[in-house]
Ligand binder design. Structure first.
Ligand SMILES: C[S@@+](CC[C@H](N)C(=O)[O-])C[C@H]1O[C@@H](n2cnc3c(N)ncnc32)[C@H](O)[C@@H]1O
Length: 263
């Protein structure tokens, strides 16, 4: 998944009149185009065409079982060393993400349960409280921060290696810094593995507006943020990160939707 990585300027979140946000208002920009204001990017997803064909160096095809939050998974060659362990708690996410149970993430209550799209489309994320977005904030993409897109971060090249061995890992991958104006080479782009099971990443359960009947309206978007989140969530997390922000008022009981493509 490669949802829209909007980039906010330094001042944007500072103006958000939300007490919670003020607690961890973020300094923002991009690592390669600092101080550039908002970039709107088309949401994109790693497609088969975009993916490099590079295989993970196999070194005699030795097989290694890598144990992690996902259970056990077999990798060969260098891939086994590339797989990172991840603790969701460092980014203020939950160590385990229960279904059908209210949880508190970044100061707000949420529930992960069957999507309004229907059972065959899996789970969705619902708000358990109202989140108000003023019209003026909406126009400037200054809606409240909901939670981060969390998971281990891989270089694109390494992520491609992983996918050659486990293509099913791709569903929740977010390319961090591909947005309009990015000058990074494709292989330099970083990818967050946001699988909810592997990463405790609640964002992974947010569904897409595309093709929905009746038509769902997006109520949140992704933004790329340079540097770690401020306290209390950035105490031990030192990477650039991505956030989900509300783009319109979300009422208690509403399911979150955004616009992304997937392959
Ligand atoms: C990022 S996940 C979203 C969470 C997913 N519902 C789950 O339980 O894992 C993306 C997957 O959800 C499903 N999905 C999301 N939005 C959809 C939509 N508008 N129509 C149909 N399926 C959708 C697709 O199976 C897609 O691969």
């Amino acid at each position: 998944m490669k949802p829209p990585p909007y980039v906010l300027s330094q001042g944007v979140l500072a103006t958000i009149g939300n007490a919670l946000l003020h607690a961890f208002a973020i300094g923002i920009g991009t690592s390669h185009e600092a101080n550039k204001s908002q970039h709107e990017a088309r949401p994109r997803v790693p497609s088969v065409k975009q993916r490099s064909k590079a295989q993970c160096p196999s070194e005699g095809h030795a097989k290694t079982i890598v144990k992690g939050r996902w259970g056990m998974c077999e990798f060969t060659g260098k891939c086994a060393n590339i797989i990172q362990s991840w603790n969701p708690v460092v980014l203020g996410l939950l160590d385990s993400l229960p279904y059908d149970e209210e949880v508190m993430v970044w100061g707000r209550r949420w529930i992960v349960k069957t999507s309004t799209l229907g059972e065959r489309h899996g789970y969705g994320v619902y708000a358990c409280e109202d989140i108000i977005v003023e019209d003026s904030a909406r126009c400037r993409r200054e809606g409240p921060t909901l939670f981060p897109y969390g998971g281990p971060i891989y270089k694109r090249r390494h992520w491609n290696w992983i996918l050659t061995q486990h293509p099913e890992w791709k569903t929740f991958a977010l390319e961090m810094d591909t947005f309009a104006g990015s000058t990074r080479r494709h292989n330099d782009v970083k990818v967050i593995d946001g699988d909810p099971i592997r990463s405790g990443n609640i964002v992974g359960f947010i569904n897409n507006t595309v093709g929905t009947h009746p038509k769902r309206r997006a109520n949140c978007e992704w933004v790329f943020v340079e540097g770690p989140p401020l306290a209390p969530y950035g105490q031990t997390y030192h990477e650039d990160h991505c956030l989900v922000i509300a783009t319109r008022t979300i009422r208690s009981g509403d399911e979150l939707f955004t616009h992304y493509e997937w392959s």
